[in-house]
Design a binder for this molecule. Structure first.
Ligand code: ASP
Ligand code: MG
Length: 419
C-alpha cells in the first residue's frame, strides 16, 4: 500500500467529463490498495477569467479581496470532484486550503507556506476516504485567505505530500513529463525518465515550464519524490528525486530556452567602487528580479553594465534605470526586448571538461551570435537574439547527442503550460 498525493491541473479538470475521468482514475488507484489524496486546480481558464473580471472593476483591487476571489476557482473543482467520486459509490471528502491547515504568511497573491497541519488529511484517509484538496490557497494565522501565486497548486501538492509523508507526489497535467527540449521546437526531443532535483531546478529556472520552480524547490527541501505525468494516458512520466548511483549519468540532461526576459544596458558609468551596488540596489528596491549581469570595461575610466530581467518587471526596471543613470551621470541607457536565453543543463558538466567549448562551437556553426554568457556548476546559459533561438536549441540538442531516433508522435502540447 502506498500513500499517494496526486495533483490535477486546470486542463485536466476543464469540464465535468474530465472531472469524471479524474474521479475514475482516483478510484482505480484506491481499489489497487493505495491511500489517495488529490490536489486540484481551478477548471480550465477560470483563474484567468476571474482576473479579467477583477480588472473590469478596478485597476488595483485590494490584494486581500483578490485572494478571496481567486480562491473560489479551486473551491468549485474540489466540490465537483468530490461529488463525482461520491456518485461512483466511494467515500470522499473535500477540503479548502484553510480547512486542511495550509498556513501561509500574509503575502496576499504570492503567499509563502509556513506550516502544514495535516492531521485532518490523515484522519480522513484513515477513515477510508479519498481526500480532495483545493490547490493554490492557504490561510494566515489570523484567518485571512491567501493564494500562492500562479501555478501554485503544484506547490500545494508537494507541501501536502511532505506534510503527510507521502511515498510520491504525482503531478498530472496535459504533458507527459519533462523533455530534453521543448518538443514544439525540437521534434526529436526525448522524455526524461529520471532527473535529479538540482538539474530539474536549473531546467525549471531557465524555461522548462512543466514543473513550477517553487514546487521543485519545496520537494528538494523536504525530500518529496515528484512524478510528472499525463492525465490523458497511463504512460510513466518523469521522476524527479535526489541524485543517486542508479541514475543514468548523461553529461547533458536538457536544453532549455526562455524568451521572457529583456536586456538593459547602461553606458559609460564611472568605473569606481560602489557603482554596481547603486545600480542593483535601486533595482532590488524596485522589486526587479535581475538575472544575468555583465560589466564591460570601456576606455576613459568608464564602464558599461548590462543585465537581464523579466519583461513583466520592465516598467519598474525602466523607471529604476532612468533614476540610476541620471544619478551616476551615465551617457545613455537602452532596452532590448528581442533577446532569448538558451541554456544547457547537466550534472555531468562538473566532471567533463569541454562542455562550454562544444556549446560555443555548436552555436557558432549554426551562425548564432552570443551576447552574454553565464554559468553555474551544472548550467551554461547564453543570451542571443530572439529570432535565432529555435535554431540555437536545435543545434545544441543535436550536438550533445540528445536527438531521439523517432520524432515524438504528439508534438503539440510540448513542454507546455497548463491552463
Ligand atoms: N489556478 C491557479 C492558476 O491558474 C493555480 C494553478 O493552476 O496551479 O494559476
Ligand atoms: Mg490554472
Amino acid at each position: 500500500m502506498a500513500l499517494v498525493v496526486t495533483k490535477f491541473g486546470g486542463t485536466s479538470v476543464a469540464d465535468t467529463e474530465r472531472i469524471m475521468s479524474v474521479a475514475r482514475r482516483l478510484i482505480a488507484r484506491e481499489e489497487a490498495g493505495d491511500q489517495v489524496v488529490a490536489v486540484v486546480s481551478a477548471m480550465g481558464d477560470v483563474t484567468d477569467e476571474l482576473l479579467v473580471k477583477a480588472a473590469e472593476i478596478s485597476p488595483s483591487p485590494p490584494e486581500r479581496e483578490m485572494d478571496m476571489l481567486l480562491a473560489t476557482g479551486e473551491q468549485v473543482t474540489i466540490a465537483l470532484l468530490a461529488m463525482a467520486i461520491h456518485s461512483l459509490g466511494h467515500e470522499v471528502i473535500s477540503f479548502t486550503g484553510s480547512q486542511v491547515g495550509i498556513m501561509t504568511d500574509a503575502g496576499h497573491t504570492k503567499a509563502k507556506i509556513t506550516e502544514i497541519r495535516a492531521d485532518r488529511v490523515r484522519r480522513a484517509l484513515d477513515e477510508g476516504r479519498i481526500v480532495i484538496i483545493a490547490g493554490f490557497q492557504g490561510v494566515t494565522e489570523d484567518g485571512q485567505i491567501t493564494t500562492l501565486g500562479r501555478g501554485g497548486s503544484d506547490t500545494t501538492a508537494v507541501a501536502i505530500a511532505a506534510g503527510i509523508g507521502a511515498d510520491v507526489c504525482e503531478l498530472y497535467s496535459d504533458v507527459d513529463g519533462v523533455y530534453t527540449a521543448d518538443p514544439r521546437v525540437v521534434p526529436r526531443a526525448r522524455k526524461i525518465d529520471v532527473i535529479s532535483y538540482e538539474e530539474m531546478l536549473e531546467m525549471a529556472a531557465t524555461g522548462a515550464r512543466v514543473l513550477q520552480l517553487r514546487a521543485v524547490e519545496f520537494a528538494r527541501n523536504h525530500g518529496v519524490v515528484i512524478h510528472s505525468r499525463s492525465s490523458f494516458n497511463d504512460v510513466p512520466g518523469t521522476v524527479v528525486k535526489e541524485a543517486d548511483s542508479t541514475m543514468e549519468q548523461a553529461i547533458i540532461s536538457g536544453v532549455t530556452h526562455d524568451t521572457s526576459e529583456a536586456k538593459i544596458t547602461i553606458r559609460d558609468v564611472p568605473d569606481v567602487p560602489g557603482v554596481a551596488a547603486v545600480v542593483f540596489g535601486q533595482l532590488a528596491e524596485s522589486h526587479v528580479n535581475v538575472d544575468m549581469i555583465i560589466q564591460n570595461v570601456s576606455e576613459r575610466g568608464t564602464t558599461d553594465i548590462s543585465f537581464t530581467a523579466p519583461i513583466e518587471d520592465l516598467v519598474r526596471a525602466r523607471r529604476a534605470t532612468e533614476a540610476v543613470a541620471a544619478e551616476l551621470g551615465a551617457r545613455e541607457w537602452s532596452v532590448d526586448e528581442s533577446i532569448a536565453k538558451v541554456s544547457l543543463v547537466g550534472a555531468g558538466m562538473k566532471t567533463h571538461p569541454g562542455v562550454a567549448a562544444q556549446m560555443f562551437r555548436a552555436l557558432a556553426d549554426a551562425g548564432v551570435n552570443l551576447d552574454m554568457i553565464s554559468t553555474s556548476s551544472i548550467r551554461i546559459s547564453c543570451v542571443i537574439s530572439a529570432d535565432e533561438v529555435e535554431r540555437a536549441v536545435r543545434a545544441l540538442h543535436e550536438s550533445f547527442g540528445l536527438d531521439s531516433d523517432e520524432v515524438s508522435a504528439e508534438v503539440s502540447p510540448g513542454c507546455g503550460e497548463e491552463a
